[in-house]
Design a binder for this molecule. Structure first.
Ligand code: ADP
Ligand code: ADP
Length: 235
């Protein structure tokens, strides 16, 4: 479960109808795959995410999750099925524990074990436990310094907490250095667990762990295939 499909989607932003972002874009992301979406800046990678979250609806065509048009789904239910991690992790000035629990549909019912499990999968458990106050460490408190990679892994743990069928990582590692990128990538590989993961990226190194790659270009998917195939095409 978690198959995602764009069917002949056309879309232009309401303020720029003369410059369509997508024309008849079709893309199938089978359940349980990691699909990387790459493409030059401005090719519509973030727009793809906005359409999935229904910040906008397509002008033509439609998007389905497990065969259901997302416009027919309850918006709250839709959001509960999709976890998102963006380029700039947003952490609140409260404990790391509460930052992670924020991802849950009902934060009051979240157990410490749930939080630890999400942190482990996100490769964050060890560094958090390494802080003197552990999971009670308050983000932004004097003396508490979190690196970009640490913040990103906390954001991933939060996205995981609601156990989404679909996880969207929008340039989630592009602001990180190589070492942190690797740690986030390791987390990504463990996220699978039957989940569908869509990784928006502009660096090739980010997509090593993807099963499939879609290249966005000139308003539609220019190429879609296995990772190795596409890399081969480029040589
Ligand atoms: P990418 O993520 O691949 O860099 P985007 O989806 O952000 O591409 O943007 C695709 C195009 O849509 C760009 O030309 C961008 O300037 C334009 N765009 C993005 N957001 C809006 C908006 N809210 N209104 C109008 N144009 C937009
Ligand atoms: P399927 O027939 O694919 O197994 P379900 O029987 O789980 O799907 O759900 C039927 C429809 O109701 C689908 O469109 C599903 O996405 C939607 N749906 C499931 N649970 C909820 C919910 N709690 N709130 C709103 N819509 C839901």
């Amino acid at each position: 479960k978690g198959q995602l499909e764009f069917h002949d989607v056309s879309f232009a932003y309401p303020t720029r109808k003369e410059a369509p972002i997508f024309q008849n874009l079709s893309l199938l992301v089978p359940a349980g795959t990691i699909m990387a979406v790459v493409g030059p800046s401005g090719s519509g990678k973030s727009t793809l995410v906005s359409l999935l979250l229904r910040l906008y609806d397509p002008d033509a065509g439609f998007i389905t999750i497990d065969g259901h048009d997302i416009r027919d789904l309850n918006p709250y239910w839709l959001r509960s099925q999709i976890g998102t991690v963006s380029q700039e992790p947003v952490l609140f000035s409260c404990s790391i524990k509460d930052n992670i629990a924020y991802g849950a549909e009902d934060p009051d019912t979240v157990t410490t074990e749930d939080i630890y499990r999400a942190a482990r999968v996100a490769n964050a458990y060890n560094f958090i436990q390494g802080f003197p106050k552990g999971f009670d460490t308050v983000v932004g408190e004097k003396g508490v310094l979190l690196s970009g990679g640490q913040k990103q892994r906390i954001a991933i743990a939060r996205a995981l907490l609601k156990n989404p069928k679909i996880l969207l990582l929008d340039e989630a590692t592009s602001a990180l250095d190589a070492e942190n990128e690797l740690l986030v990538q390791e987390a990504l590989e463990r996220l699978m667990d039957g989940r569908t993961v869509v990784v928006i990226a502009h660096r090739l190194s980010t997509i090593q762990s993807a099963n499939a790659v879609a290249v966005l270009d000139q308003q539609h998917v220019a190429e879609c295939g296995q990772h190795a195939e596409l890399l081969g095409n480029r040589q």
